[in-house]
Design a protein around this ligand. Structure first.
Ligand SMILES: Cc1cc2nc3c(=O)[nH]c(=O)nc-3n(C[C@H](O)[C@H](O)[C@H](O)COP(=O)(O)O)c2cc1C
Length: 240
């Protein structure tokens, strides 16, 4: 067995064999394995996002990408947020359900909550949920956390000067219903795909970006009003 926590080693070993019995004939699959679920907030106000065009050389952004932490809290624009979400985790093409990033079994377990700290008239500070189908933002709370909360949740003093966070959560059942415990691995891998997209798009836009692993998940989950069990924080990135 590998060194480290007994629990992570045990989980890894068990999940090697837990793919379950998935018939090759997809006609035999239950509807929950093929239906793509979206979280929606129909009663909340929305901010429409216009589709953006991004023209960059992939080799340039790959070579320039890096984590930057010297944030200044300059305001982030609605167009920048639209571009980040569209090209990191949005629908791939009009009239499609598949997205710009891969997803095990196309189960799409992830949800995205942009928290804008430094906004402007077209995109005020506040907590939003990305409505993937409609490429719009659900306005969950038109009020940003305080700078002290930011430094605390993201555990670094420099986090207070970010202009936006994108908090990525997982609705575990979407993937685990099909793939069992192995699905848990797939969910975290998928968050990594989206994280790299966010890094590359932010580099294309001239924004700074840093992934944050050690977030105070339970406090953020209370702010997002999610239960932390069926849906929980899995990743977060800060931008400026
Ligand atoms: C999963 C993950 C978690 C990370 N968590 C943090 C973090 O909590 N704090 C931080 O300053 N950087 C964090 N980073 C950024 C890494 O420190 C950074 O990617 C690494 O030092 C390499 O630098 P580069 O991104 O500039 O190439 C994280 C990166 C990844 C992939």
């Amino acid at each position: 067995m590998p060194q480290g926590s007994e629990f992570s080693a045990l989980f890894h070993q068990i999940s090697k064999k837990s793919r379950g019995k998935i018939p090759h004939d997809s006609a035999k699959w239950p509807a929950e394995w093929t239906t793509i679920q979206y979280k929606s907030y129909p009663r909340f106000p929305k901010i429409a996002l216009d589709k953006q065009t991004l023209t960059v050389h992939l080799s340039d952004v790959l070579q320039k990408r890096g984590s930057s932490r010297d944030f200044t809290g300059k305001s982030i624009t609605k167009e920048q947020v639209s571009t980040l979400l569209q090209y990191a985790c949005g629908i791939r093409n009009e009239n499609e359900t598949y997205r710009v990033h891969p997803s095990a079994g196309a189960r799409y377990p992830l949800e995205y909550y942009p928290v804008v700290f430094a906004g402007n008239a077209s995109l005020p500070a506040g907590l939003y949920h990305y409505n993937i189908e409609g490429h719009s933002l659900d306005v969950l709370l038109p009020q940003e956390p305080t700078k002290d909360q930011l430094a605390d949740w993201f555990t670094y003093p420099w986090a207070k000067d970010a202009s936006m966070a994108v908090i990525i959560t997982a609705v575990f059942s979407r993937t685990i219903n099909k793939y069992g415990d192995r699905g848990y691995r797939n969910i975290l891998i998928e968050a990594g795909h989206v994280g790299q997209n966010l890094y590359l798009v932010s580099e294309s836009l001239g924004l700074k970006c840093t992934a944050i692993a050690g977030t105070k998940d339970e406090e953020i989950e209370r702010f997002l009003d999610i239960d932390g069990v069926t849906e929980s924080v899995v990743y977060a990135l800060l931008f400026d």
